[in-house]
Design a protein around this ligand. Structure first.
Ligand SMILES: Nc1ncnc2c1ncn2[C@@H]1O[C@H](COP(=O)(O)OP(=O)(O)O)[C@@H](O)[C@H]1O
Ligand SMILES: C[C@@](O)(CCOP(=O)(O)OP(=O)(O)O)CC(=O)O
Length: 200
């Protein structure tokens, strides 16, 4: 089946959540369930890290991974990205989405109202928002500790209030299983994929 789509996505799932809440883990799981023909993961931090690594001679693979390396550079990357966004709020959204061709897009890391606004205005019919949440204890077990200038800044708190999410996922050991919680999202994705097939 050809996926050379020119018509844009059928569904755009925009994820947000604090660092170590599990955004990468859960969006990977969703892509696993849907397959890469149906679903691509778009990271707004992807083009940011790429450009930042190039300008500062850093190891891009390590910046993209979940380990401590990116934390060393996070505060400076936030400042660098904010400069860019202040000039053009859609800058990273446009770069991250250019070339995406699957019917379902999973955006793994919205952080600011301007990110949501960009997707809602570019894809008003297709955009749904998903919040991933968990306790600070769980985040700490995954390696998180509070850093002033990072955890109290817009990058982490920009979507804490005044957003009504379409779905909220609790990523904790004692919450219902992720498969169960992700069911309505996967259902919407399957529907979007079949309507894309009908359109072809
Ligand atoms: N439900 C889970 N089960 C097992 N490990 C998890 C789960 N959720 C997250 N993790 C692990 O916790 C760490 C942080 O998750 P990650 O997805 O990188 O968070 P974020 O992208 O929100 O910063 C990673 O090492 C990840 O594999
Ligand atoms: C400078 C950043 O883009 C770094 C984001 O890196 P990740 O998206 O990898 O972070 P977490 O998954 O939440 O740990 C943050 C920003 O404000 O743009």
């Amino acid at each position: 089946m050809s996926m050379d789509r020119v018509s844009g996505p059928e569904l755009v799932l925009v994820f947000s959540g604090k660092r170590k809440s599990g955004k990468d883990y859960i969006t990977d799981l969703i892509q696993d369930r849907l397959g890469s023909e149906v679903c691509c993961i778009l990271r707004l931090s992807g083009p940011l890290k790429q450009q930042y690594a190039q300008e500062h001679q850093l190891d891009l693979d390590q910046l993209l991974g979940p380990g401590p390396y990116k934390e060393l550079h996070r505060a400076a990357m936030i400042r660098w990205g904010e400069n860019r966004r202040n000039q053009d709020p859609g800058f990273f959204c446009r770069l991250a989405t250019s070339g995406a061709q699957t019917p379902v897009w999973v955006v793994s890391d919205a952080r600011r109202l301007s990110d949501l606004q960009w997707f809602r205005s570019a894809f008003p019919r297709q955009t749904r928002t998903v919040r991933i949440q968990c306790s600070e204890e769980t985040r700490a077990q995954r390696g998180w500790s509070f850093i002033p200038g990072v955890d109290d800044a817009e990058s982490e708190c920009g979507l804490d209030s005044s957003v009504e999410f379409d779905w909220i996922i609790t990523n904790e050991a004692d919450a219902p299983s992720l498969d169960e919680q992700l069911q309505p999202i996967l259902k919407a994705a399957h529907e979007a994929a079949s309507s894309a097939r009908l359109d072809q």
